[in-house]
Design a protein around this ligand. Structure first.
Ligand code: MLT
Length: 242
């Protein structure tokens, strides 16, 4: 059984990302749901990003998948309109707020980008953390990541980091999530490691955890076939009662 063709499904990109993050899924799964990819760089709060995403949807039920920062926004959407969310997919993300070292790294990166008036030094510093070490030489992947950052731009990056810095701790709400939930991550995700996904999957009743081998933080681009299979299975279950 496939999800009703009309079911809208938000695909929420991460920091410095746009719809190109989800290009392999849009191409392979386009007939499984009505995908909507909002631009999440015009607001500087999770609330603003969630409202922006909700404005892009028709009334009624929908599914939501978010990667990393997109997952933070997905959890904000769950807080705002839980009854409308039929399915939740959290990819390479976390429910926790930043530990002090990560918060400091964000502030340092913001200062670096402001001094350079450019995202280039941020990209140089962050890229080795974003993808699996074996993909560091993949020029096409690097070009995709650079292209997304260019489209989001420096001001968009600043707004996104402000929103991320102020995001709430989402852990207290996890046990009341009632929709069909997939939690997925790369085995070698250095930014949001497997353990934080185990924590989410254990807290959400009935959540399914999938760990993709030989994969870093940008699972949708790094391992599109494995992600597509997991999302296809998730979408198939959304038509069923749960
Ligand atoms: C992302 O990919 O969205 C970021 O790594 C999220 C973050 O910095 O917390």
């Amino acid at each position: 059984m496939t999800a009703p063709a009309a079911l809208p499904c938000l695909l929420l990109p991460g920091l410095l990302c746009d719809r190109a993050l989800w290009a392999p899924q849009l191409e392979a799964l386009g007939d499984r749901a009505r995908f909507v990819v909002p631009e999440l760089w015009h607001d500087d709060s999770m609330a603003g990003m969630a409202e922006c995403a909700l404005r892009s949807l028709p009334d009624g039920p929908f599914a939501v998948a978010g990667l990393s920062m997109g997952g933070y926004v997905a959890l904000e959407i769950l807080r705002r309109v839980p009854a409308r969310v039929r399915g939740l997919a959290l990819l390479d993300t976390q429910a926790r707020p930043d530990v002090p070292e990560v918060r400091q790294r964000r502030l340092d990166l913001l200062e670096l980008s402001a001094r350079a008036r450019s995202l280039a030094p941020v990209q140089r510093r962050m890229y080795p953390l974003l993808v699996h070490a074996d993909r560091l030489g993949d020029a096409a992947l690097a070009a995709t990541v650079d292209g997304m950052a260019e489209r989001v731009g420096l001001q968009g990056y600043v707004r996104q980091q402000r929103a991320i810095l102020e995001r709430p701790d989402s852990r207290p709400g996890l046990s009341s999530i009632r929709c069909t939930t997939l939690v997925l991550c790369g085995r070698d995700d250095q930014i949001t490691p497997v353990a934080v996904h185990e924590e989410i999957a254990q807290a959400i009743p009935g959540a399914r955890l999938e760990v993709i081998e030989h994969c870093g933080h940008l699972a949708t681009l790094e391992c599109p076939e494995a992600v597509n299979s997991a999302l296809a299975r998730w979408l198939e279950t959304l038509g069923a009662p749960h």
